[in-house]
Design a protein around this ligand. Structure first.
Ligand SMILES: Nc1ncnc2c1ncn2[C@@H]1O[C@H](COP(=O)(O)OP(=O)(O)OP(=O)(O)O)[C@@H](O)[C@H]1O
Ligand SMILES: [Mg+2]
Length: 235
């Protein structure tokens, strides 16, 4: 799927996901379609249990759909091996979890350096980039703090830095500000948007925060296992 010369950063085509439940199945996604274009920030707003995390896990190649296809930067992923999916995830995708999942025994800088080393960057270059990102996110004076020595909002900013450290094309975030107070949530969200805008990333961000959702380019929801647009694009 393309529009002009553009390829969507993410394209879900008739994606199905069901879980065994009793004698039958719980059908969470029933042929969901969604395209996200480079430079676009899309809010995923839907009630608890409707399938937001499920959809993000499929988009992030952490799970496989039962039907349909997930395209990342135009590349179909269903027939890829686990190793190929891991490589695509490492190179093209960044994931911010609701609870940051930082490595507790490593400093802020080391947490952001790690994915870059796995990608094969020299440590010096990885460290420079980590320090730049963390400084941009207002953590220049917390570089050597471990997660347990950081506030919730600071930890979440480290998680954002880690997710974008390898310059992904698509950022997926599952309620990245869900466990923060409204003021800190707004601040962390501003930082997230600044990073996305500065690097022309595409982003899909699940949130229960309608005020933050309203500041994104487009809002979508999940209804009856389908992705529906809540508002038209104003671009
Ligand atoms: N591994 C699983 N096995 C069985 N059912 C599951 C599994 N994972 C999720 N579900 C069910 O699928 C539905 C969608 O779950 P999901 O986590 O995607 O919801 P969500 O929209 O992210 O909700 P929340 O806003 O509470 O995070 C839920 O009803 C959940 O109980
Ligand atoms: Mg969820």
């Amino acid at each position: 799927m393309t529009s002009g010369r553009q390829t969507p950063a993410l394209y879900l085509s008739r994606v199905e996901r069901r879980y065994p439940q009793g004698e039958g199945f719980l059908e969470v996604l029933r042929g969901a379609n969604l395209a996200i274009w480079p430079g676009e920030i899309v809010a995923l707003v839907a009630p608890s249990g409707t399938g937001k995390s499920t959809l993000l896990h499929l988009a992030g190649l952490l799970e496989r759909p039962n039907g349909g296809e997930v395209y990342v930067n135009g590349q179909p992923t269903a027939d890829l091996s686990d190793a190929e999916r891991t490589r695509l995830r490492r190179e093209d995708l960044g994931f911010v979890y609701q609870f940051h999942h930082l490595l507790p025994e490593f400093s802020a800088v080391e947490n952001v350096v790690m994915p870059q080393l796995i990608r094969g960057l020299p440590r010096e270059e990885a460290t420079r980039r980590a320090e730049q990102l963390l400084t941009f996110l207002g953590l220049g004076r917390r570089l050597d703090h471990r997660p347990g020595e950081l506030s919730g909002g600071e930890q979440q900013r480290v998680a954002i830095a880690r997710a974008v450290a390898n310059a992904p094309r698509l950022l997926l975030a599952d309620e990245p500000t869900g466990n923060l107070d409204p003021h800190t949530a707004g601040h962390v969200f501003d930082m997230l948007v600044a990073i996305v805008r500065a690097s022309r990333l595409a982003a899909l961000i699940a949130t229960h925060n309608l005020e933050l959702a309203g500041r994104m380019d487009r809002q979508v929801t999940i209804r009856d296992g389908q992705v529906m647009t809540l508002s038209p694009t104003h671009s």
